[in-house]
Design a protein around this ligand. Structure first.
Ligand code: URP
Ligand code: ZN
Ligand code: ZN
Length: 449
């Protein structure tokens, strides 16, 4: 079995930072401590002066999913390779429930596709139809280790929406079996009312995208979901929260967990006026600078639990120029830039790096029942970690991306890419270059947070 010792790094974990060695055998951490002794066969990495973080868990990706007329550009192979370059060693993606399929069948299809992944993969189960047979599958899936389910309060036209009443029934079942309900929280009534103005297709510029999905939609949905969480005792995880008002409302409900995304922290709706504005069309839309600052404050106040990329990329040609904003496939790439851009922000803003660990790995591990092995660097955990040079902050990194995409939303922003990434004990990135990683593993929850 291979043996690897990482010496003298500053190990940054959710509970603090210590100068320690980490000893890895095979896929597993077997010791963390001072001056660990090793045999002659052990490969040694000197991490003096470097930071060591747990491998990042991206709780929200969409590899190769159908959106409007397109399919998100990364499949599990290309997207996971890109993820590793940015320090993401685990992605949590979603099933796609096709017409006539059961939840189990939708899971089997995605499991097969995910076999191509080069990092570990967990799968949330999308519930986009409310039928007795579908509901009956939930307890069994939870007992198999698939404990997170996602519903939508909008996308009625795409046949994906559940009503609040239906969501409450789903939450009752999930809550009573110890699972987690994830919700895309934009109130469909608010969106329908706001987007009616654009139905005649006279105003079609991407700048109207944000106006057609107003901030109030999130507030209204979160109010409803907060009450549902109280009535059903179900943990409800709000994906891609993006507004100041939504954040304040979510904080009123202890069973709501909040995820935001780098695009809401780093970009604003002003992007829609740029020449490439169409490329920033994703749902929910980018918001105002005031929303952005509220999210940063919420991070510092502990109101945000995780940051996920919502990686759902499209190339320049996939979002054709001059088509109405209503027809642009929604989504942006971000799995590779998630951690490097956030780390640089934390450094520039002087924020606590242990908080960054909570937001980018340990909290997601707890919420999704992966915390026995992920999000922590301790005896028995999966050996997933990143080594970072504290002096590596740069704005000149775009050409180093390991991606099939031809467009990047974060051009010119500061970033810090890991020089080494270790996934289950294997060095998958060395001197910032992705090597030839082995395949990842499909994860199952072992406990619910
Ligand atoms: O625009 C986005 N975010 N596309 C991905 C699907 C979703 O709603 O998260
Ligand atoms: Zn969504
Ligand atoms: Zn998403």
């Amino acid at each position: 079995m291979s043996s690897l010792l990482i010496q003298n790094g500053l190990v940054i974990q959710a509970d603090g930072q210590r100068q320690e060695d980490i000893l890895i055998q095979g896929e597993t951490i077997v010791a963390v401590g001072q001056e660990l002794g090793v045999s002659g066969q052990t490969k040694i990495i000197d991490a003096s002066g470097k930071w060591i973080f747990p491998g990042v868990i991206d709780p929200h990706t969409h590899m190769g999913i159908p959106i409007k007329s397109g399919t998100s550009a990364d499949d599990f192979a290309s997207g996971s390779r890109s993820a590793l370059h940015g320090g993401v060693t685990t992605i949590l993606d979603f099933t796609v429930l096709e017409t006539g399929q059961s939840l189990f069948e939708s899971l089997e299809v995605r499991k097969k596709l995910a076999e191509k992944a080069l990092c570990d993969v967990g799968l949330h189960i999308n519930i986009t139809r409310f039928e007795p047979e579908i509901l009956a599958e939930i307890p069994h899936l939870i007992s198999m280790g698939f404990n997170s389910f996602k519903v939508f309060t909008t996308y009625k036209e795409a046949g994906m929406m559940l009503t609040y009443r239906e969501i409450e029934t789903v939450a009752e079942i999930i809550g009573s079996h110890g699972g987690v309900l994830m919700v895309h929280a934009e109130d469909d009534g608010v969106i329908t009312a706001a987007s009616g103005v654009y139905a005649d297709r006279i105003k079609t510029h991407p700048e109207y995208h944000a106006k057609s999905r107003p901030a109030e939609a999130e507030l209204r949905a979160i109010e409803q979901l907060g009450e549902i969480s109280k009535r059903t005792d179900c943990t409800i995880y709000i994906v891609h929260l993006n507004t100041a008002a939504g954040l304040v409302k979510a904080a009123e409900y202890p069973l709501l967990k909040v995820e935001t995304c780098p695009h809401y922290l780093l970009l604003t709706e002003a992007m829609y006026k740029q020449a490439d504005g169409r490329m920033f069309v994703s749902s929910p839309p980018l918001r105002t600078a005031a929303d952005q600052e509220a999210l940063w404050q919420g991070i510092q106040d502990g109101l945000v639990h995780t940051i996920g990329s919502d990686h759902c990329p499209f190339c320049l040609g996939d979002k054709a120029q001059n088509i109405p904003f209503q027809d642009i496939p929604n989504g942006m790439g971000g799995v590779e830039t998630l951690f490097p851009t956030l780390l640089a922000q934390f450094v520039e803003r002087g924020l606590d790096l242990s908080l960054l660990v909570k937001l980018t790995s340990s909290n997601a591990a707890k919420i999704f029942g992966l915390n026995l092995f992920k999000g922590i660097l301790s005896l028995g955990a999966n050996a997933d970690l990143l080594i970072i040079d504290p002096d590596s902050i740069t704005r000149n990194w775009e050409s180093g991306l390991d991606t099939i995409l031809d467009w990047n939303a974060y051009t010119g922003l500061p970033a810090m890419f890991p020089e080494t990434v270790i996934c289950r004990g294997e060095i998958v990135v060395s001197t910032e270059q992705v090597q030839t990683p082995s395949k990842g593993k499909l994860l199952r929850s072992t406990s619910a947070g």
